[in-house]
Design a protein around this ligand. Structure first.
Ligand SMILES: Cc1cc2nc3c(=O)[nH]c(=O)nc-3n(C[C@H](O)[C@H](O)[C@H](O)COP(=O)(O)O)c2cc1C
Ligand code: SF4
Ligand code: FES
Length: 586
């Protein structure tokens, strides 16, 4: 294919970045050197098209090397992968982390989402605007970075041959300014430790190795019982494993609470082949950081659980789709996969795929499209993933926390009846807490040290931006699927953001509305238009309250809930509606 964009040719650095993923081109047709045979035969088309799913890794390689994706670099990538440039442009422009305009190699992303607002992110951003300049060039505003327990948070990255990324939390104005002016980045010892806060009643099932094992060492994992569950799985056989998971009544922890055993059984029985396994580690729900902590601090457990899931459902290959803003989690998971395979403990091939700043890619079918190198747009269901998932093949997709639960089911004979909650905002000890299902919200907040001295509770945002607000009067709600449903709330991803009387609820609602407007993939009208209108009406209402706007907001919410094709649009009005009804914010 003769491909031309309006950009100049790729630079040597850009070519080298693309080649680092795809290898050196074999012919002129792929953008390499001209050979006499190239004048007569066009070859390599099938091979190039087979590499189509590598578009995102190629884009990441370019962005990591030079800090942005130029037209020339995109043209070379298109030639190598045999993709029309217009299609590739559609992909690169979909993902928030890819820059299409030139920008400095050093970029600082500062979170201005809810938990960080509670910790002074707005003041930090205003001070940066005054001293460094408006966001968008050297520093960028970011939605939640999954570091809410140590808010305010930032992610810094420096493009180059030795691309570097570092999560910094808490970040101060001085530190951000120092880094932007070329100062040294803090070393590991200078940052707050990554160990989460655990339940004072003792280490729960899921978190028992967290902070105890060396996350880089397979020997340490084995000394703490690692790979016993996989051994047990092999003794039980695939059907025995599925029966054990079904009997344990494990429900998915990615938000939809689907019975895990039933899902595994459907994939195992799907006639088409091959079967794929996908571990959903995209975790972008504001206020959620449980999967990050599991990946950073107990990565071998996830690899072991993936091997068990693949064994039970007959999956030939696994993908782990990790959020792009989690560099440490990605490194630790890659290390765990490499060591588990090198030691012969697992033979499953697991490919780690890196997200690129799109919340919607956590939705399972959008995630499949992203793995395939496409825009992360959700697909219509049916067909369901168990019938036609990634590459149109039966696919088992599970959340990180769901998978880790399987280890206890096999070793202990039952799942720990616990659940992870990410506490952030105005509590004394934000962190990751594992408590019994059915623990009340009040008890959970007490575990986290309660509110600061002299403060009163304004509300709790349960389930993140897609969740809803809970009031002081509802604090005795049991944190179980049924308990929260009874008050019209949801556990969602386990995010619990506590807001005391100092929180600016109006600004928080506007941040939620902006989040959904930014993150809507735009594929279906109710969500694309509804999220924009919702934000507009909210802006109006917060300055000039009119009953007609309240009615309009409620109509928009209803239309999004009823007519959007995926969960993003269906939940985009939840928090705002609950604030209007329960908290009487407007
Ligand atoms: C907008 C949206 C975002 C989602 N984000 C995530 C996510 O980050 N992680 C996750 O595990 N599931 C997420 N989900 C749910 C997945 O679609 C899917 O239900 C889940 O990965 C299945 O795993 P489970 O059965 O183990 O819960 C999201 C769903 C929607 C609609
Ligand atoms: S509901 Fe929103 S995010 Fe989901 S497919 Fe429609 S436009 Fe995209
Ligand atoms: S890291 Fe800022 S809100 Fe989560």
């Amino acid at each position: 294919m003769d491909i031309r964009t309006t950009g100049g040719p790729a630079t040597a650095e850009e070519v080298s970045a693309v080649d680092s993923v795809l290898g050196i081109p074999a012919s002129l047709w792929e953008g390499g050197a001209r050979h006499p045979a190239d004048d007569h035969i066009g070859f390599g088309g099938h091979a190039a098209r087979a590499q189509r799913p590598l578009l995102l890794p190629v884009l990441h390689a370019i962005q990591d090397r030079v800090g942005w994706v130029s037209r020339g670099a995109l043209e070379y990538a298109c030639r190598r992968l045999s993709i029309p440039p217009a299609e590739a442009y559609g992909v690169v422009s979909f993902y928030g982390r890819f820059a299409l305009e030139e920008r400095p190699a050093l970029a600082v992303h500062v979170c201005d989402d809810i938990a960080c607002k509670c910790a002074g992110a707005d003041e930090l951003c205003s001070a940066l605007e005054k001293s460094v300049g408006a966001a968008g060039k050297e520093w960028h505003r970011s939605p939640c970075l999954g570091l809410c327990d140590r808010a305010p948070a930032a992610l810094v990255e420096r493009a180059g041959a030795d691309h570097e990324e570092l999560q910094i939390a808490p970040v101060s104005l001085e530190l951000a300014k120092d880094i932007l002016s070329g100062g040294a980045w803090p070393g590991p010892g200078e940052l707050k430790p990554l160990t989460p806060t655990l339940s004072p009643q003792g280490r729960g099932g899921l978190l028992r190795r967290v902070g105890v094992v060396d996350p880089e060492s397979i020997d340490s994992y084995r000394e703490h019982g690692g790979f016993a569950a996989l051994k047990r799985a092999i003794e039980l056989g695939p059907e025995g494993v599925i029966t054990a998971v079904t009997d344990a009544k494990l429900l998915g922890r990615g938000g939809a609470a689907f019975p895990t055993g039933r899902k595994w059984d459907s994939v195992a029985k799907a006639p088409a082949s091959p079967h794929y396994l996908v571990c959903n580690a995209d975790e972008s729900e504001p206020g959620t950081f449980k999967d990050r902590e599991l990946m950073e601090l107990d990565p071998f457990a996830i690899v072991e659980a993936m091997a068990i899931a693949a064994f039970a459902a007959g999956c030939e290959k696994g993908f782990l789709y990790v959020r792009g803003e989690y560099p440490l989690a990605r490194r630790r998971i890659e290390n765990a996969i490499q060591k588990a395979r090198a030691s012969g403990l697992i033979d499953l091939e697991i490919e780690v795929r890196r997200g690129a700043g799109a919340y919607i890619c956590g939705e399972e079918t959008a995630l499949f499209n992203s793995i395939e190198g496409k825009r992360g747009e959700p697909r219509n269901k049916p067909p369901f993933p168990a019938q036609a998932g990634v590459f149109g093949k039966p696919t088992l997709v599970n959340n990180v926390e769901t998978l880790v639960n399987v280890l206890d089911i096999l070793v202990e004979g039952s799942a720990a009846d616990t659940r992870l909650f990410c506490l952030s905002g105005h509590v004394r000890e934000p962190g990751l807490y594992e408590v019994q299902m059915g623990t009340t919200l009040r008890a959970l907040i007490d575990l986290a040290g309660g509110l600061r001295e002299g403060r009163t509770l304004q509300a709790v945002l349960l389930g993140g931006a897609a969740g809803s607000f809970v009031t002081q009067q509802q604090l005795d709600v049991p944190l179980s699927f049924e308990g929260t449903r009874a008050i019209g709330a949801t556990l969602g991803s386990g995010a619990v953001i506590v807001l005391d009387d100092t929180a600016d609820l109006k600004q928080i609602l506007l941040r939620i509305a902006r989040f959904f407007r930014d993150e809507s993939c735009g594929q279906c009208v109710p969500c694309r238009v509804g999220t924009v209108r919702q934000e507009e009406v909210l802006h109006r209402l917060l300055t000039d309250r009119r009953d007609s706007d309240i009615t309009l907001l409620s109509d928009i919410a209803q239309a999004m809930r009823d007519a959007s094709i995926c969960g993003l649009g269906q939940t985009a009005a939840n928090a705002i509606t609950s604030a209007v009804i329960q908290l009487k914010v407007v």
